[in-house]
Design a protein around this ligand. Structure first.
Ligand SMILES: C[S@@+](CC[C@H](N)C(=O)[O-])C[C@H]1O[C@@H](n2cnc3c(N)ncnc32)[C@H](O)[C@@H]1O
Length: 289
């Protein structure tokens, strides 16, 4: 089969799930991963023919994509902050907005004399922990999650080559229930606490795409409508217990609940709790200290 035909048929097959431009990007990602082709191969080489031995894998990939499985799960990887992270159905696929959280966190740590200690609550794939560990030389990062399967993914991300000889330290990953705020956690104090906890209200499910609802872990996403800020109260409590003098916290939030989320941190006793917006003006993070 010609590559150009496979691409156009694939875009058509994904048409009911994704806008055409996104379907096109998904097909490009698939071909790049499985065939090693580039986004322009089908244009420069219109006669490029897919080898018969590659066809069965592509056919099974297409079946998964058409069933709504995200491309990142089909190919087992996602790009985040310029690095390739392993993903499985047990972890949230890292989102672009979380890259902004990492940028802010790196900015908060810049200019510090000593390497910071960082706690990442609800670490999932470990994308925040690994990004900060690799970007901030010497940073000691601990990632916490309740899901053993997520912790397995986080702790086996393959960044040995980036870490070795760079002065960076691999993060440590620890099992804990963040909602159990009074548990013993004997890992010292932290200069920065970061988090991207579950924050999507159950009632928001109706606006979400089927491929997210059916293929990403509900544990990573949803909170009850009756108590949508439960993780923030817990994060505020962890921060009261484990933030060092002068330490800061930053957490991703539900954009519908910006002021309410900031109020959780003010009420917990933090002197400042500021809602940060993204470039499109959406409430994205609360920064507190
Ligand atoms: C929104 S995902 C964030 C994952 C990752 N930090 C990211 O930004 O892509 C939330 C994570 O919280 C974890 N989680 C859910 N409930 C938890 C709890 N009670 N204690 C600790 N982690 C929890 C889930 O397993 C999931 O990995």
């Amino acid at each position: 089969m010609l590559l150009k035909d496979f691409l156009s048929e694939g875009v058509k097959a994904l048409g009911s799930l994704y806008p055409a431009s996104e379907a096109h990007s998904i097909m490009q990602m698939l071909c790049e991963e499985r065939l090693g082709t580039k986004s322009y191969t089908h244009i420069l080489e219109p006669g490029y023919t897919i080898r018969p031995e590659d066809v069965p894998v592509l056919a099974s990939d297409m079946e998964r994509l058409v069933s709504g499985e995200p491309i990142q799960q089909v190919i087992g990887k996602a790009w985040f902050f310029g690095e390739e992270f392993r993903v499985t159905p047990d972890v949230l696929i890292p989102r672009p907005e979380t890259e902004i959280l990492c940028q802010e966190a790196i900015r908060l740590c810049s200019g510090k004399q000593s390497a910071p200690r960082i706690l990442d609550l609800c670490t999932g794939s470990g994308c925040i922990s690994w990004t900060l560990a690799m970007a901030i030389p010497g940073a000691e990062v601990i990632g916490v999650d309740i899901s053993d399967k997520a912790l397995e993914v986080a702790s086996t991300q393959d960044f040995k080559a980036c870490i070795e000889g760079s002065g960076a330290r691999a993060p440590r990953f620890i099992h804990a229930d963040v909602l159990d705020t009074e548990q013993s956690f004997a890992h010292g104090m932290f200069d920065l606490i970061v988090s991207n906890p579950p924050y999507v209200m159950d009632s928001q499910k109706a606006q979400m795409r089927v491929n997210v609802l059916e293929h990403e872990p509900g544990l990573a996403l949803f909170v009850p409508d009756e108590d949508p800020l439960l993780f923030y109260r817990a994060i505020a409590r962890w921060s009261r217990r484990f933030l060092a003098e002068g330490g800061k916290g930053i957490t991703e939030i539900n954009d519908l609940l910006g002021p309410e989320t900031a109020a959780v941190f003010s009420e917990a006793g933090f002197a400042t709790a500021e809602v940060l917006q993204d470039l499109s003006g959406r409430n994205r993070f609360v920064l507190y200290s």
